[in-house]
Design a protein around this ligand. Structure first.
Ligand SMILES: Cc1cc2nc3c(=O)[nH]c(=O)nc-3n(C[C@H](O)[C@H](O)[C@H](O)COP(=O)(O)O)c2cc1C
Length: 534
């Protein structure tokens, strides 16, 4: 049975208000991007800030006084297929390895590291792309590893620095006990040789996207964790995502203020029989970092939403994860079985390093049904997380606008992951609607499939309080991140998009009535270069 959540962040009016205030809409008749609005009719504003270029934040966190521990950039190939790595849940019994320095180097680089790919902007500054895509390339995530003694790395708390692919030691010694306390003995954390903490420095994204950056934090963290979990699987490392933790304790451990930079999620990496040493004192740390910019603008909805989502201690964390939401499966007779038989020679590291966002799709060709099936099926197996029951359905539903897949008629479909099938909701050509929903971006009309993630936000907030907001955004994004990678693995391409929140729900109704828009990724066959306009 699903019990209502009664913890400290149970007053979900804040999350609901945040969602409305950061929803994007457009006048029905308008196609002028200038007229796109964020918020509710009484309180509307432009969704884009990006006003003062003199305070554009730098996209890296750089500690100025700590010595870098440089990491290898090249790694021996793994031998698991990317599709297999993407379909692992994370706590598979076969995952028995323990991470070493090379594993941390690989995990850092392949989930928040640099690609050797940059473009020069009109103002001459570079955009240095990363191994995981992110909203508007406004990269704002940071990774930290809380490590016990590893074979080739001393116990400590380390920051993974993206700009120079190095670790910097923030604390010396084994501090995993602090995470055991902050999660009240969450089982995977209590037996993990390494725990990842992923944070957002909100301002780096909010400079362009204002308060919507708080949604993006969980979207981009989910996208990055899709890479991270895939790499863990390929290294036989157990992995479990943990969102139930006492925020202030974890933030203090990392030395971040919890306001301008806050922990979004933890991930236990590997398994050991030895419990970490008991909790020791956690002295305050305050290592100097380069300022992100000379001044910062606070978008008040971000700290409000973050504060309203926090758990105060380990006991609250334990209560938060105690009764995961179990949605009732909808039994539907008119299902079309998927045929997920595509295979790939590519490893997850090859897929991640080759991945790009693609905005040009070939409308002259159709995606083979087998490839379409494989992408959906292999990306929807779920992942181990506290607060999510292993045997439960995902928190979201995956609605599809199919524009060009062999053997099935164009139309709107719903993916039934358990039944490994899709259900036709509405036949028809919906390219024009797909384009509108995705902000009038042509690629959504051209792409063979638009994969929309919608969730019963009210139900999620009712069960998980305000903290459910980040959970459901991150969960959808992680599935979508896997879908993006699976598309690459079978020779297709993909890209995320922002969308017109309420119109998306309207479009997929009546089935989706009452849901909220979470995320979208479109995928398909890339248009040959010669046929591209740009
Ligand atoms: C959640 C999400 C939303 C995105 N929305 C858009 C979008 O609306 N339009 C677009 O052209 N690209 C969009 N992108 C793609 C990003 O711009 C892209 O990931 C980023 O520029 C980095 O490039 P890369 O993915 O090729 O590494 C989105 C990506 C993500 C993860």
């Amino acid at each position: 049975m699903n019990e209502a959540y009664a913890g400290t962040n149970a007053d979900t009016a804040i999350a609901r208000a945040f969602h409305s205030a950061t929803s994007i809409a457009m006048p029905r008749m308008g196609i002028n991007p200038e007229r796109v609005r964020m918020g509710t009719p009484d309180d509307i504003a432009s969704p884009i800030w990006q006003e003062d270029w003199s305070i554009e934040p730098r996209p890296y966190k750089v500690y100025v006084d700590l010595a870098p521990l440089r990491l290898p950039r090249e790694f021996p190939p793994t031998n698991m297929s990317a599709l297999e790595a993407l379909s692992r849940r994370g706590l598979d019994a076969s995952a028995t390895a323990t991470p070493d320095l090379l594993a941390l180097a690989r995990l850092g680089r392949l989930s928040n590291g640099l690609l050797e790919r940059s473009v020069t902007r009109r103002d001459g500054k570079p955009i240095e792309f990363r191994t995981a895509g992110g909203t508007g390339a406004r990269y704002h995530l940071e990774l930290y590893f809380v490590c016990g003694e590893l074979v080739d790395l001393a116990a400590g708390v380390y920051h993974y620095a993206t700009h120079d692919h190095a670790l910097r030691q923030l604390r010396k010694g084994d501090f995993r006990g602090a995470l055991v306390a902050a999660t009240s003995d969450e089982p995977s954390i209590s037996r993990a040789p390494v725990v990842l903490a992923i944070t957002s420095t909100f301002w780096r994204n909010a400079w362009r996207y204002k308060a919507r950056a708080y949604r993006h934090a969980f979207w981009d963290a989910g996208t990055s964790l899709a890479n991270f979990l895939g790499v863990c699987a390929s290294l036989d490392l157990a992995a479990k995502v943990v969102l139930g933790f006492a925020d202030a304790e974890v933030n203090a451990l990392l030395g971040v203020d919890g306001d301008r930079e806050a922990t979004l999620a933890l991930c236990a990496v590997g398994r050991t029989d030895q419990a970490p040493p008991p909790l020791r004192e956690v002295p305050r740390i305050d290592h100097t970092t380069q300022p992100l910019s000379s001044a910062e603008v606070i978008f008040a909805d971000i700290p409000r939403m973050q504060a309203a989502s926090e758990l105060r201690n380990g006991a609250e964390a334990a209560a938060w994860r105690a009764n995961p939401l179990r949605r009732r499966p909808v039994v539907e007779a008119r299902l079309i079985s998927l045929a997920p038989h595509e295979s790939t020679q590519m490893t997850i590291e090859q897929v991640i390093l080759a991945r790009r966002s693609t905005r040009h799709y070939d409308t002259q060709q159709q995606v083979p049904f087998q490839a379409f099936s494989t992408v959906l099926d292999r990306s929807a197996g779920g992942f181990a997380a506290d607060g999510l029951a292993a045997d439960a359905l995902p928190l979201h539903d995956n609605y599809l606008i199919v524009n060009g897949v062999e053997g099935i008629e164009p139309g709107v479909y719903l993916h039934h992951p358990r039944a490994r099938a899709i259900e036709l909701l509405k036949p028809g050509d919906f390219r024009a609607q797909a384009r509108r929903l995705a902000f009038f971006q042509d690629y959504a009309a051209d792409a063979h499939v638009n994969s929309y993630y919608l969730a019963d936000l009210e139900g999620v907030l009712g069960r998980y309080g305000n903290r459910g907001y980040g959970l459901v955004q991150l969960e959808s994004a992680l599935f979508a991140g896997r879908l993006h990678l699976a598309a690459h693995a079978v020779g297709l391409r993909a890209v995320g998009s922002t969308s017109l929140d309420d119109e998306v729900v309207e479009f997929f109704s009546p089935r989706a009535a009452g849901s909220s828009y979470m995320f979208v990724t479109v995928f398909g066959l890339r248009r040959p270069r010669a046929a591209q306009q740009s």
